[in-house]
Design a protein around this ligand. Structure first.
Ligand code: FE2
Length: 387
């Protein structure tokens, strides 16, 4: 990642190189003139850029990055058409550099709270197992060997992970089918294998009634907010599916009293903000929380962090969160439970005093640590509070 201040310096060096280098090397006017114009253009839009919030200037960093990308692509295309080796190398090199600068200069995502290695655990407790499906987790509730309809699957991963989920279920429960598939919410990375698994297991699906429209084919999620920054997942989020899917033939609402039919000791808790019908699952006796996307244990905005599940405590994935006030309330509600261990939708399982201290800190400082710098779904005054 290139911080904005370094980006501004690279702009100044680029403008100078475009203005001076072709002339110093004695290139013909057909090259020096357009490159000098490009250099003046870079200098002009760089001077007009607000590199920091609150700074004066006509364009913001995202618009600036777009101009970098357009300019880089044009130079790259011109370089590939150029026959003289020196100008060809300069144009293609500068074009690639400008494109890279556009991609790598991203606004930072929510700061979150660092996690010490001791907070990460493989032990999800006596009756819970976690299966990582690429960038997302699913959870199994029920002791190993639980009989037919004696266990539950929480969420269904991204598309293509049905066989992996089935294999993990078979190794834990043999041929026993689940009592139900519970959903934290209906985002694409939590329902990818849902229809296949529910059909194969002939299992009911339970979700909060506020998610129903996204699961019965009638309602798509709102557009994402790539401006939250933090990395390529945020940048790519406009390409992610927003539904709806239709599993209405097996779908039921979770009971209004917080219970889960057939699953003693567990309750569901409405934790909206990331999605209107988002829920988390809580076992007070064992202190185990299946948080879904209400709390993340990695920087989900970054493709690298999401793919490697690098531990870091945050609120929900910022690019898909549509109500930040409510997301903060939900996170504080879960932190107040004082969980001993947590299986999040994204990132490793966490446990112990280091985890609890980090969660308390995130809940206490949510305005400063939980919110992105910018989001179409956050109030401006809430974002201003975080500075
Ligand atoms: Fe989500």
């Amino acid at each position: 990642m290139i911080p904005p201040r370094l980006h501004a310096r690279l702009d100044a060096a680029s403008a100078l190189a475009l203005l001076a280098l072709p002339r110093a090397l004695g290139w013909p006017g057909r090259l020096t003139r357009p490159l000098a114009l490009a250099g003046l253009g870079v200098a002009a839009y760089s001077l007009a850029t607000r590199y920091r919030p609150g700074q004066g200037g006509g364009i913001d960093l995202d618009q600036h990055r777009m101009l970098d990308a357009v300019q880089g692509a044009a130079c790259l295309a011109a370089g590939l058409r150029e026959s003289a080796p020196g100008p060809r190398a300069f144009l293609t090199g500068y074009g690639a550099f400008s494109l890279a600068a556009a991609v790598l200069t991203q606004p930072p995502g929510p700061p979150g709270v660092p996690l010490p290695p001791a907070a990460v655990t493989q032990d999800c407790g006596p009756d819970v197992a976690r299966l990582r499906c690429g960038i997302v987790n699913v959870a199994f509730i029920g002791p190993a060997g639980a009989g037919a309809r004696g266990w539950f699957l929480v969420d269904a991963g991204i598309a293509g992970f049905g066989p992996a989920i089935r294999a993990a279920a078979r190794s834990r429960f043999g041929d026993a089918r689940p009592a139900a598939i519970l959903l934290t919410h209906g985002h694409f990375d939590h329902v990818g294998a849902l229809a296949d698994l529910a059909r194969d297991w002939d299992a009911p699906i339970l979700a909060h009634r506020a998610e129903r429209g996204f699961l019965d084919g009638t309602r798509s999620y709102p557009p994402p907010a790539p401006e939250v920054g933090g990395g390529s997942m945020a940048e790519l989020s406009p390409l992610f599916p927003r539904g709806p899917i239709d599993v209405s033939d097996r779908l039921s609402d979770l009971p209004g009293d917080g219970t889960i039919p057939g699953l003693d000791g567990w309750q569901w808790i409405h934790t909206p903000g990331h999605a209107p019908g988002h829920v988390s699952f809580w076992n007070a006796a064992t202190g185990t929380l299946i948080a879904g996307d209400a709390i993340s244990a990695t920087r989900q905005e970054s493709l690298c962090s999401a793919a490697l599940q690098i531990p870091h405590l945050q609120g929900p994935p910022a690019y898909f969160t549509t109500d930040w006030d409510t997301a903060g309330q939900s996170l504080r509600r879960l932190a107040a439970l004082r969980p001993d261990r947590m299986i999040p939708g994204h990132g490793p399982a966490l446990a112990g005093p280091d985890f609890r201290a980090a969660l308390d800190r995130l809940a206490r400082d949510f305005a400063a640590r939980g919110l992105p710098r910018r989001s179409r779904y956050a109030r401006r005054d809430a974002l201003a509070d975080r500075s």
